[in-house]
Design a protein around this ligand. Structure first.
Ligand code: ES4
Ligand code: ZN
Length: 325
């Protein structure tokens, strides 16, 4: 009885969305042409044929090179505004958007170009009735020194983003590697989250580090926590949000972590549903809610609770939150 119309129409917050992962094949081709960047593909079909991955490494190998088409402030604006229109169509009222500055500064694009374009799109999104904020993610497979330089370049713009996160290849890149940056970001008044991807080799240890050493307010994915009842109790008690992404998970785990999400819901953990990299994983946020609801026969009440959790664990003010809950 949970329909697509219901999952798409439900007011929701999106808390786990990589803006670079919203680059659709048509915009990718348009920007390649506009900026004279050869991506080796010339039709939407050719671009889609290159989308072959079955693990994180093979995905990231398709994902990062494609970003070459993003060169100018207007390109970052166009990318973000196209996503925000999709978000509005999915009745996303509030979104906290990840961006990866090092994926751009490492190829010579100034930090300012990236954040100015993205930020301008978030301002224009107010006309779509979408409240949009930015979260700076460090690439965890880059050095600590690179993270330090990135935060230093970003702090002069700290009125344009609300928090920091950690993404890219988790293997051998534990949260602790970035303890100093998290401490400095917290001191600057920024919110804190970090990816703890599903089924990583050191999953529980990474979750423990993120919670106890980095003092994060959310865990991105993080659903492996069900293996450790003490940690589940801790996140339930502290109201830590877990941002699950069913369609993204489906590439590496056919059950999309649905059992874990239901288990966490039953234990009153504030788990939410999100789209991660929707242009690459087959759907925007309404599709992610629907995929999970359909496969695991969720009730409307469970779907509504997931949407409530998204607002509750968002980084909007208490007064603004009260309007949604
Ligand atoms: C990502 Cl699926 C995934 N995992 C880690 N880092 C990422 N950045 C964008 N998508
Ligand atoms: Zn992610």
């Amino acid at each position: 009885e949970v329909t697509q119309a219901f999952t798409h129409g439900l007011p929701k917050a999106e808390l786990h969305l990589h803006i670079e992962g919203t680059l659709e094949p048509d915009l990718k081709l348009k920007l390649a042409q506009r900026n004279h960047v050869d991506i080796g593909q010339h039709t939407i079909e050719e671009v889609q044929k290159a989308y072959q991955y079955d693990d994180l490494a093979s995905f990231l190998a398709v994902y990062y090179p494609a970003m070459n088409v993003l060169q100018h402030e207007q390109d970052f604006y166009d990318l973000a505004f196209a996503y925000l229109q999709r978000a509005a169509a999915n009745n996303v009222r509030h979104v906290e958007i990840f961006f990866d500055p090092q994926a751009h500064t490492s190829r010579g694009i100034p930090f300012k170009t990236v954040i100015d374009g993205l930020y301008r799109a978030t301002v224009d999104a107010r006309a779509l009735n979408v409240d949009a904020q930015l979260i700076l993610c460090f690439l965890r497979d880059f050095s600590k020194e690179s993270a330090r330089q990135t935060l230093a370049a970003a702090l002069p713009y700290k009125d344009k983003f609300i928090g920091i996160g950690l993404d890219s290849d988790e293997h051998n890149n534990p949260p602790m590697k970035f303890a100093r940056q998290y401490e400095d970001a917290a001191a600057a008044g920024l919110h804190l989250t970090a990816h703890c991807d599903i089924d990583q080799k050191d999953s529980i240890e990474h979750i423990r580090q993120a919670l106890e050493q980095l003092d994060v307010e959310r865990l991105d994915h993080g659903t492996n926590i069900v293996e450790d009842p003490d940690l589940v109790q801790l996140v339930a008690r502290k109201g830590i949000g877990l941002t699950s992404c069913p369609l993204s998970n489906s590439f590496v785990s056919p059950e999309m972590k649905g059992k874990e999400v239901l288990d966490l819901l039953a234990q009153h953990v504030k788990v939410s549903i999100n789209s991660d990299d929707p242009a690459y994983f087959g759907g925007y946020i309404g599709d992610n809610y629907y995929a999970l609801a359909d496969k695991f026969n969720l009730t409307k009440a469970q779907v509504v609770q997931l949407a409530r959790n998204s607002f509750e664990t968002s980084w909007i003010s208490a007064t603004q939150k009260a309007l949604y809950l």
